[in-house]
Design a protein around this ligand. Structure first.
Ligand code: DQA
Length: 137
């Protein structure tokens, strides 16, 4: 299976950013772990802090990959463009969040991704990504 994890803004700072919410492991360290663990899946990774670049990446992979694991981070709650892109592509998208966005501020309770996602996994820390990978295997 050809899968890709796409991370949105500020997730490049994982490990140092608000570790009480997001944990102290960097995403690069975590990625190495899961690449080993799910060695039979082909697992790509992309991160951008730029909304349009996330849209471009969804278009690029969205007609050939078997699955997309998307944490659009703050754009989840604001981006009609990313929501539309998820709707426009063929590859199924599983939306993930590290934190339980529903136990946080009100503005994190809405998602432009969810209506077009195959499923949503949130609140399990970095394990949310693993559960999403498993859903495609
Ligand atoms: C997040 C939750 C978002 O509300 C927040 O803006 C993030 C990370 C998460 O993974 O918990 O940047 O997507």
């Amino acid at each position: 299976k050809k899968l890709i994890i796409i991370n949105g803004p500020n997730l490049n700072l994982l490990g140092t950013r608000e570790p009480e919410i997001y944990g102290s492991l960097s995403f690069t360290e975590f990625l190495e772990e899961i690449k080993e663990k799910y060695g039979n899946a082909e697992l790509d990774y992309y991160q951008s802090n730029v909304e349009g670049e996330l849209v471009n990446k969804l278009h690029e992979v969205g007609f050939s990959y078997d699955g997309i694991i998307l944490n659009a981070a703050a754009y989840t709650h604001t981006s009609v463009a990313i929501g539309d892109a998820v709707n426009a592509i063929e590859t199924p998208v599983v939306e993930v969040h590290i934190s339980n966005t529903f136990s946080r501020e009100e503005f994190r309770h809405t998602s432009y991704i969810s209506p077009n996602a195959r499923g949503v996994i949130l609140g399990f820390g970095l394990q949310s990504y693993e559960l999403a990978i498993q859903s495609f295997l």
